[in-house]
Design a protein around this ligand. Structure first.
Ligand code: SF4
Length: 326
């Protein structure tokens, strides 16, 4: 394929990205080792450190995580095996919807398994890593995994819609447009408009796969944190809580958007802020519990997270000149 868009970077910046990827891959291997040898510490590092840090970074800029993510590195490494095809729009859509569903399956599974079992986390991580390599071997560049099946992609899109800092993409120095519509690294903040399509000009966006995902997310997060967890919890209770929260959230968002005629861009900003604030409010105390810190520290961490999201929303409204739409 012929490169059609080249990111202009000096050698030093390229070396920095390569070093970042090497550090991230090494760190993931180290975390896997700790999860197997000292599971309690590994689980605290992962759920009480790395995951909240990654979520925070997505609001700052999704480019940083996408540039160093170890799964993306494995997806790219798969390109070295065999010949790759460009996925058809239908394949891309199917994989994309698969990623949204994977998110709704894997995240609640934390409450049943992954929050308590380090070996299960490593097994799931290796399985997803293998899938990323295989999809890289079958499909061009990162079209099938990073730009479609990755369960974190919809969060990258939603939280990364109004980056606080501008950073040139860290991969694909020469872009071959493996993903003509919706690549976050190529389209930047226009990626949401591209994947939602013309329905963003009407309330039709609410019923697109991404519209449903974004509308469901605040209730999904609330349902996750309200669900029973640990040994006594059943799958029915956990998935019932996240699914029930998601459905309620979709209905509330549909009602509000239709009643107020909120513009799509404004609604998506509010959904990101609502989801992020809910996530941080509950995650602060959860982090404190994992590290055996006082409850007050957890409340302070949660409050800081909520304040950070409010700051992000205020900046985003100003930057995108959406005050009128909101
Ligand atoms: S992943 Fe994105 S930036 Fe990289 S080649 Fe594909 S479309 Fe271009």
């Amino acid at each position: 394929m012929t490169p059609v868009q080249v990111a202009v970077r000096d050698g030093g910046t390229d070396r920095l990205w390569r070093a970042g990827r090497a550090v991230a891959l090494t760190a993931l291997s180290a975390v896997f080792a700790v999860l197997l040898l000292a599971p309690a510490t590994g689980l605290a590092v992962l759920w009480g450190g790395l995951v909240p840090a990654i979520a925070t970074s997505l609001f700052v800029t999704p480019v940083l995580w996408r540039g160093i993510c170890p799964l993306a590195t494995l997806n790219e490494a798969g390109n070295g095996i065999g010949h790759q095809a460009t996925p058809s729009p239908r394949t891309q859509t199917i994989l994309g919807v698969g990623g949204l569903l994977l998110f709704h399956v894997l995240v609640p599974a934390r409450l049943l398994l992954f929050n308590q079992d380090g070996t299960a986390v490593v097994a799931a991580g290796l399985a997803i890593g293998t899938l990323a390599i295989l999809l890289g071997a079958r499909f061009a560049v990162r079209s099938a995994f990073c730009n479609a099946l990755c369960p974190i992609l919809p969060i990258e899109r939603l939280y990364g819609q109004a980056p606080m800092v501008q950073v040139e993409r860290g991969r694909c120095g020469a872009c071959t447009v493996c993903t003509p519509r919706g690549c976050l690294d190529l389209a930047g903040t226009k990626n949401l408009a591209q994947i939602i399509g013309p329905s963003r000009r009407t309330h039709g966006w609410l019923l697109t796969p991404f519209g449903l995902f974004a509308s469901a997310l605040p209730g999904f997060i609330l349902g996750y944190f309200m669900a029973p967890a640990g040994v006594g919890a059943s799958a029915m209770q956990v998935y019932g809580s996240t699914l029930g929260g998601s459905v309620a959230s979709v209905l509330v968002v549909q009602g509000i958007v239709r009643a107020t005629s909120l513009a799509t861009s404004g609604a998506l900003l509010l959904l990101a802020a609502w989801s992020g604030a809910t996530y941080f409010a509950f995650t602060g105390p959860a982090v404190a519990r994992l590290w055996h810190l006082p409850t007050s520290t957890g409340v302070a961490l949660g409050s800081l997270g909520v304040a950070f999201v409010v700051w992000w929303l205020v900046r985003a409204r100003r930057t995108l000149h959406l005050s009128a739409a909101l």
